[in-house]
Write a protein that binds this ligand. Structure first.
Ligand code: SF4
Length: 184
């Protein structure tokens, strides 16, 4: 039932014309993963490879995220992965506030259906959309809000050419796995 509801939302997203980003997309990227996930990852927006495939985090940033997840013992098939924005902004620019506003109905519905206990926010756009303006020192820590545990961290794209940030992401996801295990 939950999987069917998510599939219906995904169909709506693929037809969506609520903001101008629909004009430049090859494929919308609704998100994918377990409808019963205890943990959802939320990034910013699809990049070029995601736009081509219609799947989230399948490019270079996705490989980094997969590696950090695997290192922490988080299985991709156990979680749900999506973005704040479902269509690629031109040239991977930051989404505009009005685009975030238009698209947030889909993320809200996805979260209502999946009802995850843990929400990992990958980067500033996701942090801003779910928790408000990012604050120094908040990444790598957990925050309880409305019955969910939010865990802000960096966006994997920031770590592609930066081994120090790659390590930060790995440490954060290991910490997140520890939190998950402590509550299961
Ligand atoms: S980015 Fe979101 S609101 Fe804009 S067209 Fe795509 S699905 Fe619709």
């Amino acid at each position: 039932m939950k999987a069917e509801d998510l599939a219906l939302i995904a169909d709506e997203i693929r037809r969506c014309q609520l903001c101008p980003l629909h004009r430049g997309r090859i494929k919308a990227v609704p998100g994918e993963g377990s409808s019963n996930a205890k943990l959802i990852f939320i990034g910013e927006a699809p990049g070029a490879e995601e736009d081509r495939q219609g799947r989230p985090f399948v490019g270079a940033a996705g490989k980094l995220l997969n590696d950090a997840m695997a290192g922490a013992g988080i299985r991709r098939e156990d979680v749900f992965i999506t973005n704040v924005i479902k269509c690629r902004p031109p040239g991977n620019r930051e989404p505009k506030p009005e685009e975030v506003e238009a698209c947030q109905i889909y993320l809200k519905r996805q979260m209502d259906i999946i009802n995850p206990r843990f929400v990992c926010l990958l980067g500033n756009t996701a942090i801003k959309a779910l928790l408000g303006s990012p604050r120094p020192g908040m990444r790598g820590k957990s925050f309880e809000k409305n019955g969910r545990i939010y865990f802000p961290t960096i966006h994997p794209a920031a770590a592609i050419y930066n081994p120090r940030l790659k390590l930060v992401l790995e440490i954060h996801l290991s910490r997140l796995k520890g939190l998950l295990d402590s509550q299961s």
